[in-house]
Design a protein around this ligand. Structure first.
Ligand SMILES: NC(=O)c1ccc[n+]([C@@H]2O[C@H](COP(=O)([O-])OP(=O)(O)OC[C@H]3O[C@@H](n4cnc5c(N)ncnc54)[C@H](O)[C@@H]3O)[C@@H](O)[C@H]2O)c1
Ligand SMILES: [Zn+2]
Length: 358
C-alpha cells in the first residue's frame, strides 16, 4: 500500500492509497489509540453509493457508529455545523472517539471544522470521495462560510488518517470527476510534471485506479511539503497552492457559485498563465500546453460571456491574499517555478482576462 507521511507541529499522520481501501477502514484505524465510537459525517447519495462497505468494516471490528448526513450544495454554514455538534452529543462523542468525513469538499470542510472545535478537538479521519478533494485534500486546515462571506472562518487542524480509495471516484458524474483534473493540472505546473501528466492523461480520464493514485499522491505530496514548511500560512510558501485561485474565487463569486470550484479553477489557471506570459515571459507554448490539457478534459478555458471585468476586479480585491491595498498573484516563471507578486496593475489583470474572453 502506498503511503505518505505528514508531520505538523501538533500531529503526524499518514495518507494511505489504494483501491477498495474503505473495506479495511477499521483495520487501518488499529494502532491509532481511538475508542470504537464513530460519527460518520457524509451526504445521502454517498451513503447510498458506498456506505455499506464502510459499515461492514466498522461492524466487523465491533465499532459503534452513527451517520450524520449534511445537506449538499452551497452549505458550509454554522447552522449545518451546529447540527453536527448535536449529532456528536447524541453519539456520545468524546475526545477519544472518531469523526469520519466521508464525502467531497463540502463534507470535508464541515467535518474538519466540527472536529477541530467540538470539545476543542476530536480525532478526525478523512475519506475523500471526489477527485477534486482527493487531489486537493484539506492539508493544514479548513474553512467554512459566514453570511458575510465565503471561507471567513477556519482553523489549522490535522486529521489522524487520510484514506485515499481510488474506487470511490468511479461513481462520480463526468462533470464532477473532471473538476479534480483542474487541481491536478495546478500541481503539475507547481512541480513540473506536466509532460508526464500529458502522457498519462487518457488513463486519468478513463479513471484507471493506479493513475488516479499516482496523481493524488504527487498532488498531496506537494501540498504537504509546502504546508509543513508554513503551517500557519504566514511565510509566503503555502500560498503557492493558491495558483489560479485569485481568479477562480472571483469568477465563482461573480457567478454566484453557479459554477463549480474545479471549472472556475480551470479558467483561473488559464488567466494566471496569460498574466505570467505578459509579466514574466512565461513561454506561450507552455500556456497553450496547459490550456489544451484542461480543454481535453472537457474543462472551460475561457471566461464565460457576460462577466463584467470591473466586477471581477472588485471580487479580486476581497481575496484573502489582498494586503497593503494590493492584490497578490501567484505567477508562473516557468513550469516548477512559481513567483508571488503584488506588482500587478488592474490593467494587467484586465488584459489577461480579455485574452481568455470568448
Ligand atoms: N479546504 C480545502 O483544502 C479545500 C480544497 C478544495 C476544495 N474545498 C472545498 O470543497 C468544495 C468543493 O469540493 P467538491 O468538488 O468535492 O464538491 P462537493 O463536496 O460539493 O461534491 C460535489 C458533488 O459530488 C457528489 N459526490 C461526492 N462524492 C461522490 C461520489 N463518490 N459519487 C457520486 N457523487 C459524489 C456530492 O454529493 C456533490 O453533489 C468547495 O466548497 C471548496 O471550497 C476545500
Ligand atoms: Zn482549489
Amino acid at each position: 500500500m502506498k503511503k505518505l507521511h505528514a508531520k505538523f507541529k501538533y500531529r503526524e499522520y499518514d495518507f494511505l492509497y489504494g483501491s477498495g481501501l474503505i473495506n479495511k477502514t477499521a483495520i487501518l484505524l488499529t494502532g491509532l489509540k481511538v475508542d470504537k465510537n464513530v460519527l460518520i459525517v457524509s451526504e445521502k447519495i454517498i451513503k447510498k453509493l458506498h456506505g455499506a462497505k464502510l459499515e461492514t468494516s466498522l461492524k466487523k471490528s465491533g465499532y459503534k457508529y452513527s451517520w450524520h448526513l449534511v445537506k449538499g450544495g452551497d452549505n458550509k454554514t454554522l447552522a449545518e455545523i451546529s447540527k453536527i455538534y448535536s449529532a456528536c452529543d447524541k453519539q456520545k462523542i468524546t475526545r477519544n472517539s472518531v469523526i469520519i468525513a466521508f464525502g467531497g469538499g463540502l463534507v470535508q470542510d464541515l467535518a474538519c471544522y466540527s472536529s477541530a472545535t467540538y470539545k476543542r478537538g476530536i480525532n478526525f479521519v478523512q475519506i475523500p470521495t471526489t477527485l477534486l478533494i482527493q487531489a486537493d485534500v484539506n492539508i493544514g486546515g479548513c474553512a467554512v462560510d459566514l453570511p458575510e462571506g465565503k471561507s471567513m472562518i477556519g482553523t489549522f487542524y490535522q486529521p489522524i488518517l487520510v484514506i485515499q480509495d481510488t474506487d470511490l471516484v468511479k461513481s462520480l458524474p463526468e462533470s464532477i470527476y473532471i473538476d479534480g483534473i483542474a487541481e491536478i493540472v495546478k500541481y503539475a505546473i507547481t512541480n513540473n510534471f506536466i509532460d508526464q501528466l500529458e502522457k498519462d492523461f487518457p488513463k486519468l480520464l478513463n479513471r484507471t485506479p493506479k493513475i488516479i493514485e499516482k496523481y493524488n499522491y504527487l498532488s498531496n505530496k506537494i501540498k504537504t511539503d509546502l504546508t509543513q514548511q508554513d503551517e500557519t500560512d504566514s511565510a509566503d510558501i503555502r500560498i503557492k497552492i493558491d495558483l489560479g485561485h485569485t481568479f477562480s474565487h472571483a469568477i465563482e463569486a461573480e457567478m454566484e457559485y453557479k459554477i463549480s470550484h474545479g471549472k472556475a479553477l480551470s479558467i483561473g489557471l488559464c488567466a494566471a498563465s496569460m498574466l505570467s506570459a505578459k509579466k514574466l515571459n512565461f513561454p506561450m507554448k507552455k500556456v497553450e500546453q496547459i490550456t489544451n490539457l484542461l480543454a481535453k478534459a472537457g474543462l472551460p478555458v475561457s471566461l464565460p460571456q457576460g462577466l463584467r471585468l470591473e466586477s471581477l476586479l472588485s471580487h479580486i480585491k476581497k481575496d484573502k491574499k489582498y494586503r497593503n491595498n494590493k492584490s497578490v498573484f501567484i505567477l508562473i516563471k516557468n513550469l516548477g517555478k512559481l513567483e508571488i507578486s503584488d506588482k500587478i496593475s488592474e490593467q494587467d489583470v484586465k488584459n489577461a482576462l480579455k485574452q481568455i474572453t470568448q
